[in-house]
Structures are given as C-alpha cells and as structure tokens.
Design a binder for this molecule. Structure first.
Ligand SMILES: *Cc1c(COP(=O)(O)O)cnc(C)c1O
Length: 373
C-alpha cells in the first residue's frame, strides 16, 4: 500500500465492506449439533431446510443442492434442455447465468436489459426468440424480481419454459409473489448472498415431476428404489450447510428489513447519484444497492475515491455476461444488441447495504458519496 493510502486508511478507521455474513451463536450451535450427531450428509437437516424454504417462498417443492450454479444447471437439465436448444439470458448478470446454459450443451441468447431495473427487457427478449428457443432465464438482479408478468406472457405465447435465476432474491416479491411463482427458481447461499450456508443452493418448483427429476439428478441419477434412471452426479448439500441454512432462514425477515432500512437511508441521504428504482409492486430485498454514477464522473475513479475513504464499493458488473473469451464464441447475441447493458457496465457501482452496517457506517457512506458528487 502506498503511504498516502495507508495514512488515509488509518484516518478513516474501519473499512466498510461490501458484504459480510451475519452469523451468530445460533448458527454456531446448529453446526456443533450436527457434528455431535455424527450425521454429516443425507440427514434430517437438509429435509428440514427444504421444507422451511419451500414454505417461506410459497413453493410446492424445494430441492437443496451444492451451490447456486449447479441449481441452475440441474433445473435446465431437469427440463431436458440441451444441445440444439437456446435459452434467453440477460446481458447484465453474473457469469453463472450464461455458463449454466453452456454446461447443459445449450446456447445462451444474450439479450439487453431494462435501464431502470437492470433486469431482462421483455421486449428485447420477445424480439430475440427464435425457432430453437426453449426457455427464458431471467435474473432477479440485485434483489428485485424481473418483469415476470410480461415474461410469462411471452413464455405462454411462444411456448417457452421459465427458469428464474433467484440467486440474489431470497424473500423478494412482485405483487406479493415470490421467485418460483412464474417458473422454477434457483437460489444461492454463497457467503455474500442475503442468507448463506457458506456454499449452497436451492431449486424451488411447483412442478412435481421436475422436483422428482431434480432429486434424482442430485443423487447420481438414482430414484427412490436406488435404480439409476438418468445420468446424474453428486449435487448434494451437506448437513452442516443445511443446519446453517435453517437458522439463517429464520433471520431472513430481519435481514431484509435491515437492508430495506439501509436502502431507505441512502435514498434520502445520497445526492448526485441515481438510486436504484423499485418498481411498483416490487418487494426489493437489496442484495445490492446499485447506483448510477453521473456521466461527468468517471465511475472507476469514483470507486477508488470511495475506497480511499474506507468505503468498499464494488462494480457489479464490469463486463457483459459473455465477454470472457471461453464464452464469447458460444453464445448468440440478440440482433438488437446490448447497448443498455453496456452502459450499465460503464456507469454503475454497488454501495455496502448489508444488515451489519451501523448508523455510523451509513452516515460515512453518505458523506463519502456526497463529497464526490
Ligand atoms: C451468486 C450467483 C449465482 C451462482 O451462485 P453460486 O452459489 O455462487 O454458485 C448465479 N447467478 C447469480 C445472478 C448470482 O448472483
């Protein structure tokens, strides 16, 4: 570290991180209880976590898996999506949304986003649907449900399946409905997500046959009678992770309330940056609080300047989902292009909004941002 930076860091005090898991005594006790039980896999905690998660999200089934990426892969596979099929994905999302499609041998069709919500634009999606298109894979980005009514209309008209990337949308709603109400939804419990099991994932579905197939895929393709019915693998979540998940889920309401309160503090306190708009009817859970930096300010310099002030702002996402060389040649980019997503890649950054921020942290972030705008 340069001396000036060190001095500045010493002056501002504790760094405010972009994400931090909220783990307490209940989580510790739950993990210790698993160790004492000696049942580390395929036990009662995974079933309990699934039951509780499904109940919370109003879903018929929840199937726990090893992480959010394999949740997406397994959901696509359960629907039989594979080589020759196309799946519509937004241009502005985490890598795994597109690589999951490639993992089943299908082709991602990269489509532009809505400038306000940063989620898949239903009009652009409609224009990109072709003869081979099998499914829509919208992302409930930053904690806000995508425009699912419009996407569901499109899916019905064009005969498409819907898999929802809900990795950032635990407890998020639109018109009172949770992710999984419009399709089969895939959640992540990575350490940075709104609730965590370290690594972990969950697939929520109202389709009995898809749930059954997911359970087979998770366990080497075996059905209830242990016969191998499909080609599967080991996608299982451990009992330790599930024990964490059970406790974290009981705290989700509290976490979401804190995130919303933090977002409200930013909404009213920040000047000069565009706050993330919540659409009418949206129960935004603020996985990220993503702001648009005004054009006169260089976004990367803005993030560095915040860093100097001890504020861990981060750029999500700097590049389009398919920009990396191993992916680029294997997607179809919609004819209309991805200009809205490109602009977002250049202009946005996320401010810390996690539940462990103190009032003092919020004030520091607000002061730092306002001093730069
Ligand atoms: C985190 C994330 C994933 C992948 O989840 P992992 O549990 O990290 O595998 C997929 N899609 C989005 C949008 C994510 O944010």
């Amino acid at each position: 570290m340069k001396d000036a930076v060190k001095e500045e860091a010493a002056r501002v005090g504790r760094r405010i991180e972009i994400a931090k898991p909220a783990l307490g005594v209940a989580e510790r006790d739950a993990v210790l209880a698993v160790l004492e039980s000696g049942v580390l896999t395929r036990g009662p905690r995974v079933e309990q976590f699934e039951e509780n998660f499904a109940a919370y999200h109003g879903s018929r089934h929840a199937v726990a898996v090893a992480n959010g990426t394999v949740a997406l892969v397994a959901a696509l596979e359960a629907y039989g999506i594979g080589p020759g099929d196309e799946v519509v994905v937004p241009a502005f999302t985490f890598l795994a949304t597109a690589t999951a499609v490639l993992a089943v041998g299908a082709t991602p069709v990269v489509v532009d986003i809505d400038p306000d919500t940063y989620c898949l634009d239903p009009h652009a999606a409609a224009a990109a649907v072709g003869a081979r298109t099998a499914a829509l894979l919208p992302v409930h980005l930053f904690g806000q449900i995508a425009d699912m009514p419009a996407l569901q209309d499109l899916a019905t008209r064009a005969g498409l399946l819907i898999v929802e990337d809900a990795a950032q949308a635990h407890g998020a709603t639109l018109d009172g409905k949770f992710a999984g109400a419009w399709g089969t939804a895939c959640f992540s419990f990575h350490a940075t997500k709104n609730i965590t099991t370290g690594e972990g994932g969950m697939v929520c579905t109202n389709d009995d046959a898809i749930a059954e197939r997911l359970r087979q895929l998770r366990n080497h393709g075996r059905g209830g009678d242990d016969l191998v019915e499909v080609l599967g693998g080991n996608l299982r979540l451990s009992e330790i992770a599930a024990a964490l998940g059970i406790v974290q889920l009981t705290r989700l309401e509290e976490f979401t309330a804190r995130r919303r309160a933090n977002a409200a503090a930013y909404d009213s306190g920040l000047r000069g940056v565009d706050a993330p708009p919540a659409r009418p009817g949206a129960g935004h859970v603020y996985h990220q609080y993503t702001v648009r930096v005004p054009a006169r300010i260089d976004r990367d310099e803005f993030v560095s300047a915040l860093d100097l002030r001890g504020v861990g702002a981060r750029v999500y996402y700097r590049d389009l989902v398919h920009s990396a060389a191993p992916i680029r040649g294997r997607v179809r980019v919609a004819d209309r292009g991805t200009s809205v997503a490109r602009q977002a890649c250049r202009e946005v950054c996320a401010l810390p909004v996690h539940p462990l921020l103190s009032p003092d942290d919020l004030a520091r972030v607000i002061d730092a941002v306002n001093s730069l705008c």
